[in-house]
Design a protein around this ligand. Structure first.
Ligand code: NIG
Ligand code: FE
Length: 394
């Protein structure tokens, strides 16, 4: 007996390409996809007629900084008038401005504004959302952020994947080395012990941490069985991409300044390249990431919103995906797999979501669109008619 059968649907698994399944029905049992092509005689607790509409996997946003307070409008306007991001950071603004606002917010206030930040993503069909800490940078504030992220999952009825990004910036007045020691030796083990995150990230850049810091963090994180992620080669080339690849990181994110050798390293390690076109376009002065080289080397490419107040204040994964096509020449197939299957792999190489196949988590949307590419052609015009998470209507 199935829990749910959806009949008369056009099913797009987004496993390798945008092709449609010959089967017109899909069954769910115990929160997972149980079968395709269900005879009308099969018993199910519920049967739905999709009336020819499309079924696509739930969207996966694999890189966000969605738990924060305040905004950075003034800095954005200053950049439009000629200021630059690294300069704003060095002057005590940037990430540290958001750290200040986030530390001030109570748990309830932070939960409330974070739910507002992600509402457009959820409305657009996102059923898995990664959220990084990194706007706390002290014990209680980092714990507060990760606890808020965890509290959002049952409210939104989606999967939240929390990531510990204590190594996002050095909080004044601390010195980089002393702060990193604390992140690696005290905070990371505590976060893991409290089960607040199983993934770790670091911002390697001339305004943040060094490739050697990445080695220190990843050594400890790997010993604690964490999944590894890094912000690399965003504002300039540091060599951190190839370092992260040596650790077999799940993903390297940004990559605008990655060199051919970095791309080769990603290909060898099976690391997913996460591209963040909204951040790139809002910063305005970034070169394109090496898309052709990534493609030629067979590096899996994911796309994420990077939702954050500094560089990516646009809560739309579809917009990110459509922008990757327009700005950087991704194909529609790369753009759609980039926000489903490859984004799931970026979070977890063994992910059981992000595509439609028997045994996978039943996370999917029903869309009134003629073909999957419609989402990229008119990204602001489409919302799922219904969205399911683990087999339940959201
Ligand atoms: O992904 N690069 C570092 N972190 C964020 C920006 C954070 C911020 O400016 O608040 C990013 O672009
Ligand atoms: Fe980021």
């Amino acid at each position: 007996m199935f829990d749910l059968v959806i009949d008369n649907a056009r099913i797009y698994p987004l496993a390798q390409d945008l092709s449609i399944l010959p089967a017109r029905s899909m069954a769910v049992a115990g929160g997972r996809i149980a079968a395709f092509d269900i005879p009308p005689t099969e018993e199910s607790r519920l049967r739905l007629d999709a009336r020819g509409q499309a079924i696509l996997p739930g969207l996966v946003d694999c890189h966000t900084h969605a738990v924060f307070a305040g905004d950075r409008l003034e800095e954005y306007l200053a950049r439009l008038a000629g200021a630059n991001y690294a300069g704003q950071h060095r002057a005590g603004g940037g990430i540290l401005k958001t750290v200040h606002a986030t530390r001030q917010a109570s748990f309830a206030q932070l939960l409330d504004c974070s739910l507002k930040h992600v509402a457009p993503l959820v409305a657009e069909g996102v059923t898995t959302l990664e959220i990084k800490s990194g706007y706390g940078l002290d014990h209680d504030s980092e714990i507060k952020i990760l606890t808020v992220a965890a509290a959002m999952a049952p409210i939104l009825k989606i999967r939240i994947v929390p990531t510990f990004l204590g190594a996002h910036a050095v909080p004044v007045p601390l010195k980089r080395q002393a702060y990193l020691d604390w992140v690696v030796d005290e905070m990371l083990p505590e976060v893991v012990a409290l089960r607040l995150a199983r993934s770790v990230d670091i911002f390697v850049d001339r305004i943040a941490f060094t490739p050697e810091d990445l080695d220190r963090l990843f050594e400890r994180a790997q010993a604690l069985s964490c999944r590894l992620h890094a912000h690399t080669d965003q504002l300039g080339h540091t060599g951190a991409t190839r370092r992260a690849a040596r650790w077999k990181a799940c993903s390297c994110d940004h990559l605008e300044h990655a060199a051919p050798e970095d791309v080769r390293a990603l290909a060898e390690s099976g690391t997913v390249a996460v591209l963040l076109p909204i951040a790139s376009s809002f910063l305005g002065d970034a070169p394109p990431p090496p898309v052709a080289a990534l493609r030629a080397a067979g590096v899996p490419i994911a796309i994420a919103s990077d939702l954050n107040p500094g560089t990516a204040p646009v809560a739309s994964l579809l917009w990110a995906s459509a922008t990757a096509i327009r700005l950087w020449g991704l194909t529609p197939t790369e753009a759609l797999l980039g926000i489903t299957r490859q984004a799931a792999r970026a979070l977890d190489p063994d992910a059981d979501f992000g595509t439609l196949a028997v045994g996978q988590s039943a996370d999917f949307g029903i869309w009134d669109i003629p073909r999957p590419e419609s989402l990229l052609y008119a990204p602001a015009s489409h919302r799922p008619v219904m969205s399911f998470f683990q087999g339940a209507l959201r």
